[in-house]
Ligand binder design. Structure first.
Ligand SMILES: Cc1cc2nc3c(=O)[nH]c(=O)nc-3n(C[C@H](O)[C@H](O)[C@H](O)COP(=O)(O)OP(=O)(O)OC[C@H]3O[C@@H](n4cnc5c(N)ncnc54)[C@H](O)[C@@H]3O)c2cc1C
Length: 245
């Protein structure tokens, strides 16, 4: 398939946490990106001579309804070519050329099962897009449980929005797992440790009316897929994932 390239510009940058920023890019007037919640774009960043070495993919973090504006939630990787560029050189007005939307990490048109969304760090981006899409378009759904993991409380992303979604969206709940925190905040959503014990306990009885969506880096995804399919015995078709690297 021939890829369409878009020329956007950064219009806003905000710190999300100590090592993560939110970037908003805007498309030119005549352009519109028709994407599904959960999809990603691939940016061509000025970080190398060779074309393929310049390409990095980022999930679209906002819901499809917001015309011309795309939000990305990006964590800085020390020594990482793209993130060093985005964090240290990119500014308001910087052009961002990207192709997309791509990917099949999307929810079905009709949501007929309970959903468990498991992520670490910026792996929350596609889920944020899906959740606001469900709310904004009043899409029928069953129970949705988001399990977000990070090391410390200062790394928690979009917590204010999770609180809002929990109030606004019947059936939505969330859990936050902190793997390196000595103490937990006084908040029932918080758990000590990794994301894994949460779903291993809550969903240990295998049910056909439940699907898992997992997003993040390979260490977490490998463990989650093995836990769900090999240890608990869920069918492969019930486990969907988006691997960041
Ligand atoms: C479909 C898709 C969607 C993605 N969406 C996002 C997103 O929304 N937000 C986001 O922050 N990143 C996202 N990524 C990751 C992103 O594409 C880059 O890999 C990341 O920003 C690092 O690029 P870099 O050039 O700074 O580092 P590089 O110089 O390319 O990275 C060096 C190495 O570190 C690994 N690595 C990169 N980041 C991490 C990490 N946090 N933890 C462990 N290992 C890591 C890479 O796999 C690589 O092997 C996505 C990746 C894919 C494939």
């Amino acid at each position: 398939m021939a890829w369409k390239w878009y020329d956007s510009k950064i219009i806003k940058i905000e710190d999300a946490t100590f090592n993560t920023k939110r970037f908003w890019v805007e498309l030119p007037n005549e352009e519109n990106l028709d994407f599904k919640a959960g999809q990603f774009v691939t940016m061509d960043l000025p970080i190398a001579e060779k074309r393929l070495k310049r390409w990095r993919s980022y999930s679209i973090a906002n819901a499809p309804h917001e015309d011309k504006l795309l939000e990305f939630c990006i964590v800085k990787l020390d020594g990482g070519a793209a993130t060093e560029y985005l964090f240290n050189e990119a500014e308001i007005g910087t052009p961002i050329k990207f192709k997309g939307p791509s990917g099949t990490f999307t929810l079905p048109e009709k949501i007929e099962k309970d959903l468990v969304l498991i992520c670490t760090g910026t792996g929350i981006a596609p889920f944020r897009s899906m959740l606001w899409d469900i709310l904004n378009s009043e899409k029928a759904h069953k129970k949705i449980h988001l399990i977000f993991g990070t090391r410390l409380q200062k790394g928690v992303l979009y917590e204010d929005e999770l609180k809002k979604l929990e109030k606004a969206m019947p059936g939505f709940s969330y859990s936050i797992a902190l793997s390196r925190a000595d103490e937990l905040p006084e908040d029932a959503h918080y758990h000590k440790g990794y994301v894994h014990p949460i779903y291993l306990k809550d969903y240990k009885e295998v049910r056909p009316d439940l699907d898992f969506y997992i997003c993040g880096w390979s260490n977490m995804i490998d463990d989650a897929v093995a836990n769900l399919i090999v240890e608990l015995g869920y069918d492969k078709s019930q486990v969907h994932y988006e691997l960041y690297g």
